[in-house]
Ligand binder design. Structure first.
Ligand SMILES: Cc1ncc(COP(=O)(O)O)c(C=O)c1O
Length: 432
């Protein structure tokens, strides 16, 4: 073929990409891109994506520096993770799980919670196996399930009844019969997330027991995403699924140094569970990443080693409670309805009575999506505070349940939140 012929050919699809990218919304323009700071006015206050605008504690970053300045932690770790971190996890979590965790077979270090969960799905799903997700759900679950041949099955968390004027995250409820009806002979895994993103719900013992009963009855694996376990407020109890009677043997608990130590870019996470669940997952993670970032494993270890003696998590909880109050105070003063989160760092604001002109110059990316997509865009432009539309965390069929809400992340310093609160005064003229 002549070079001229070649030049006239459309070569953009020369190498077709895998059909698996067409599933699990992997190719869809995601909310993080649409509401990215680059697309918004430069002075817009970012309460959209859930990462902190402050650094990890100095005593932890110093441990990272120390690791970088020595030899071994600059090289491959064992795929299970560095022994110092596994031992730190054991010492920290033994009392919380009421058992002596085995560092060789019951703890696995992963490249963030995300990769850990992906590896569990790789290790346990057969083509066509069903995975139950509670909606709204952390968006990464979906492609992680479909890339591994799984089929997502959705069970909604029902929003607070409209007569509840000051709902808390506890007013978002699961219907156990709905859950039971979602189970089929192909169901393999239930993903539970407590404390929950984006609702802030801390599942009660009774709710978790209800889920556990179904997992027992139908022999299901439970992946319990507890990355916000250190961020539970108002003395609410964080119940661990693995601690419920009989559940240790079928539960993988997921943790994240990113959430615990304000270090989301470090990509250090961990899985805790019985040998029969951790060993196959080790085989998967070894082939996916081989091992996780070594120096930052050392730093995460320092974090867990010193957390109790420094009272770190209690102090951090107090700081987050103050951050939460900055936003809830302004919402209260403005008479806005929101869900008071009992855990994690998100507040859902009810935006059903925020009015905006339908002919507002919205970008293409938010058209044809839920009303919340347009409301969040409008608020970012006119109020100067960005948020994330909650219908994104539901499947298409149930998206209308999330449309009434915008998610605001309060993992930001108090000054930033106060500046956002100040800007919220402008919302008054758009409330009907
Ligand atoms: C519920 C939930 N699980 C997991 C993750 C991912 O954690 P990591 O950053 O450790 O991969 C997040 C991050 O936002 C999350 O909200």
């Amino acid at each position: 073929m002549s070079s001229t012929a070649n030049n006239n050919q459309d070569r953009s699809n020369l190498i077709p990409f895998s059909s698996r990218l067409r599933e699990g919304r992997a190719l869809a323009l995601d909310v993080w891109t649409i509401y990215n700071a680059l697309n918004l006015p430069p002075d817009c206050i970012n309460l959209g994506q859930g990462y902190m605008n402050f650094a990890p504690p100095k005593w932890i970053t110093e441990a990272a520096e120390q690791a970088l300045n020595s030899v071994a932690p600059n090289h491959y770790s064992h795929p299970r993770g560095r022994i110092r971190l596994r031992e730190a996890i054991k010492n920290f979590y033994d009392p919380l799980f009421n058992r002596s965790l085995n560092v060789d077979s019951e703890i696995l270090i992963t490249s963030g919670a995300n990769e850990g969960m992906y590896s569990v799905l790789t290790a346990f799903l057969e083509q066509g196996d069903e995975v139950i997700l509670f909606e709204p759900f952390f968006d990464q679950y979906l492609p992680s399930v479909t890339f591994n041949g799984g089929k997502p099955v959705y069970v909604p968390l029902h929003p607070p009844a409209s007569h509840i004027k000051k709902p808390t995250s506890d007013d978002w409820t699961i219907d156990m019969d709905e859950l039971r009806r979602a189970v089929t002979p192909r169901t393999k895994i239930i993903i539970v997330n407590t404390p929950h993103n984006p609702v802030g719900k801390v599942f009660t013992r009774k709710e978790l027991q209800g889920i556990a009963n179904i997992a027992e009855e139908f022999n299901l694996l439970v992946m319990s995403d507890e990355v916000y376990d250190s961020l539970v407020f108002d003395n609410k109890e964080h119940v661990r699924m693995a601690n419920l009677p009989g559940m240790w043997d079928r539960t993988v608990t997921v943790g994240s140094a990113g959430k615990a130590f304000a270090a989301t870019g470090w990509r250090i996470g961990w899985l805790i569970g019985p040998k029969n669940l951790i060993q196959p997952t080790l085989a998967a993670t070894t082939r996916i990443v081989f091992c996780s970032v070594s120096p930052l494993q050392e730093a995460a270890a320092a974090g867990l080693e010193q957390a109790n003696q420094r009272n770190f998590f209690q102090i951090q909880r107090n700081e987050y409670t103050e951050r939460r109050t900055v936003l809830t105070d302004v919402f209260d003063k403005l008479g806005l309805r929101y869900t008071l989160p009992e855990g994690s760092y998100f507040i859902l604001l009810d935006i059903s009575n925020v009015e905006f002109p339908e002919d507002y110059p919205f970008p293409e990316s938010v058209m044809g999506r839920g009303r919340d997509f347009r409301a969040c865009w409008f608020m970012a432009m006119e109020i100067g505070v960005s948020s994330i539309p909650v219908s994104e965390f539901y499947c298409e069929e149930h998206a209308n349940l999330g449309e009434a809400y915008a998610r605001f992340a309060f993992c930001k310093d108090v000054d930033n939140l106060k500046a956002a609160a100040e800007r919220f005064q402008k919302i008054k003229k758009y409330i009907k």
